[in-house]
Design a protein around this ligand. Structure first.
Ligand SMILES: [Fe+2]
Ligand SMILES: [Fe+2]
Length: 362
């Protein structure tokens, strides 16, 4: 045990890389142990969050990290001051630090902040849009500690795909248990399509990770949401297109869901990242001049392992080099369409084949 303890009190709903970055920075810079203390209230019940925290302790290099369920066990009847007194008791003689986000300052109120300062040194961990008054920071003797991310707005971003800063074992737990964004996505598609989407997301993630695209997390999100508009009935899809993108009505009905995906993703999750939307908006047809991320999503969508054909060599090609792999996927797709008597008559697919494969066969 070291001479200082950081009480990291949060819902951990879910735990993200920002929490871990904070904990590592605190442990290094303050020479402190870090106690992860979940509060009782959360979107997911305590036992589910506890399982994820347990995984974190098992998987991370957690020297000096520990879990404390004192507050969670009180089932919402105790608060920050009780927990601080509890920690002060079991860590007697140690310096105690309490990290707070901007929202925490607003939520706690001056009197509680004053009582906290008697028990601990406050670390102010600024968030994306935080604005805490300098006077309030001075009054509560808070030390700015701008490392990592904590706070309920951060966790809300994690739950809704606006930030994909999740350790891989937490992402897998969310997928396997159908939590947060997976549960929301499940309301917009069948189980089969949900499994396809998770599979595209994971394959796209690893293709991007192995390439120089440097957008593995965005590739995951794009893969997950690419078919979010596919459940819409044709007349509904038409209505939505008339509203958002009337020019797309000139294309065949099977393409509608690609054009609508960005709009539905923004409606459902608040996603409006241009890298992600350009990666999904032509995922079914392809087009000329696709971004690297769009090429990755196109490939992953066609060849993910649940598709029902042996795509292993195409998967290997993409994992080795996303661009070469994409060309192979395109060629295989054109071959499939032609040999099954499909007409390649929409200009987007035609241009895509022409520019990347050469026009002679298209
Ligand atoms: Fe699709
Ligand atoms: Fe798909």
């Amino acid at each position: 045990m070291s001479g200082a303890t950081v009480l990291l009190r949060a819902a951990f709903d879910p735990i993200g890389k920002g929490h871990l970055q904070f904990a590592r920075a605190a442990s290094l810079r303050l020479g402190a142990d870090v106690v992860f203390s979940p509060i009782y209230e959360g979107k997911e019940p305590m036992n589910v969050r506890a399982e994820m925290l347990g995984l974190m302790i098992k998987k991370e290099n957690t020297y000096g990290f520990s879990l404390d369920y004192f507050e969670a066990k009180s089932r919402g009847t105790s608060g920050v001051l009780d927990t601080l007194r509890h920690i002060a008791l079991i860590r007697r003689g140690q310096k105690i630090y309490l990290p707070l986000s901007g929202e925490d300052f607003a939520a706690l109120g001056k009197e509680t902040l004053r009582q906290i300062t008697a028990l601990a040194t406050i670390l102010y961990v600024p968030g994306k849009n935080d604005q805490v008054d300098d006077a309030l920071l001075a009054e509560s003797k808070a030390v700015r500690f701008p490392y990592g991310r904590i706070g309920s707005a951060y966790e809300d971003d994690l739950r809704n795909l606006r930030l994909m800063e999740l350790p891989s074992y937490i992402r897998e737990t969310i997928e396997n248990k159908g939590l947060y964004f997976i549960s929301v996505l499940g309301k917009h598609m069948s189980t089969k399509r949900l499994l396809h989407s998770i599979s595209v997301a994971n394959l796209a993630y690893y293709i991007a990770l192995g390439s120089k695209v440097e957008m593995a997390e965005k590739a995951y999100v794009a893969g997950l949401i690419h078919d979010i508009a596919k459940h819409l009935a044709p007349d509904q899809a038409k209505l939505q297109l008339e509203k958002h993108m009337p020019e797309a009505l000139a294309f065949p009905a099977w393409t509608y869901h690609q054009f609508l995906a960005p709009f539905i993703a923004e409606e459902v999750f608040g996603i409006n990242d241009a890298d992600i939307t350009t990666a999904i908006v032509y995922h079914a047809t392809g087009k000329a001049h696709m971004t690297p991320l769009a090429k990755i999503i196109y490939s992953a969508d066609k060849i993910e392992p649940t598709r029902g054909f042996d795509s292993s060599s195409l998967i290997s090609a993409c994992l080795k080099d996303y661009y070469v792999g994409f060309l192979e996927v395109l060629a295989a797709n054109r071959e499939y369409l032609l040999s099954n008597g499909y007409q390649i008559d929409n200009p987007l697919t035609k241009n895509c084949f022409e520019i990347y494969l050469g026009g002679s066969h298209a």
